[in-house]
Design a protein around this ligand. Sequence first.
Ligand code: NAD
Ligand code: G6P
Ligand code: MN
Length: 449
Amino acid sequence: MIITIVGGGSTFTPGIVKSIALRQKELEVEEVRLFDIDEDRQYKVSLVVDWILKDMKSPIRLTVTTDKRTAYENSSFIFAQMRVGKYAMREKDEKIPLRHGCVGQETCGCGGLAYGLRTLFPMIQVIDDVEKYAAPDHWILNYSNPAAVVSEACRALRPHARIINICDMPIAILEMVGRCLDIPNFTDFDVNYFGLNHFGWFTDITYQGRDLKAEITEYVMKNKTLLPPDVLEKLKEHDRVGERHLNASWIHTWNNVYKVLQSNPEYLPNTYLQYYLLSKDVVEESNPEYTRANEVMDSREKDLFEGIDHYIKTGEVTAKAFYHGAHGNYIADLAMALKNDTKKKFIVIVQNNGAIENIAPDAMVEVPAYIGKNGPEVICQGPIDDYYKGLMEQQLASEKLLVAGGIEGSYEKVWKAFSMNKTVPSATVAKAILDEMIEANKEFWPELR
Ligand code: NAD
Ligand code: G6P
Ligand code: MN
């Protein structure tokens, strides 16, 4: 059994490999292959991956390659996590809209649309390469962002691809809920959820007969945040906490859950709704000279590559060098459910086909599904109220227009996609941002006419 990681040079690769190695027996995995187009970056990351496998006395073989056939031949699972244009382009996705007074975010608003136009065709290329070389019953599990746009492009261009698009935000929110309520077993929470990627709501969270959705709503209303007590304690003395999803501007994000929940206490919102429902607040909280891309380059990426240099010099890997947790566990557990036909529930991004009764059947939605060897069996959510339907349909139309515009090379459609995004106040602002984005993305975007 072979697992290939596309974007082998990612900051998340060490953590994901550790999650795989911890499940070596259940996955019966014999080999992990790293594939990337940046040979140097991937080579460095592979040093720490190699150390992890040795440190764990894992029987897993490691292959590191930039050759597609070597990467995919007979592979059973392909975990994709590439960042097309890397952090340098993420920085532009964030800073260009901010210069025009709009939300600057890697997956939401104009930044997300721009990143989507960069990623659409490279993702289709991965699907085609995998289909050519990998095991016929392979699964591609895709984390590459922006997952909403990527999944719509896959649906439109490769509807039969064996791909499941996923996001770690719902599980990260559940982890935070568990910490707030002092229940460590967040992976055992029973949940219901609906929405689009980075645009959804938990309708139920229960655990051992407890209504955790009610409990967490009360907690957020009382504490004005979804941050857990130990973090609030630490923040009294330090202005940051070094954990993933708690680092720097993520603190604003967890606090903003309170504002979103105040505006609609019915369901627990995904943190990403802040960009659409609190656009003005988020822009005011942003520093147009120093965005999340800068924070990541100065923390996660820096810690990893400094950690690798330190390892090369001393043979020692420090705890700070890489993150291991829910992100890697989620994708490895999903592979385990597919391989061993467990029918465990996961929130995944799939074609709607009636799961949300009053949303178009071809919409790519994020909902819970039972995962077994034949893929996701989606759990029906019934009809949703106008508030959610209206918000989702506007966002969906924006993402669908973007993908159609990218495929057809249509400036008009992409402009419409930017204009109708809820984060953008006017078609003229949309055009100004789009024109700067075209310039910045020359190397990556299809030509728009
Ligand atoms: P990173 O820049 O550290 O790593 C990305 C790697 O992808 C780089 O090594 C780069 O060279 C490589 N790459 C770029 N284009 C490629 C291509 N065409 N083929 C193969 N490799 C390519 O980025 P990161 O912060 O570690 O994030 C990796 C990806 O995972 C991003 O897309 C990020 O948005 C995504 N992510 C998604 C979720 C989710 O919830 N879906 C969660 C975390 C990260
Ligand atoms: C969450 C989202 C991911 C996103 C990540 C960004 O996990 O679900 O889709 O990539 O946050 O985190 P970062 O630390 O890179 O800002
Ligand atoms: Mn995500």
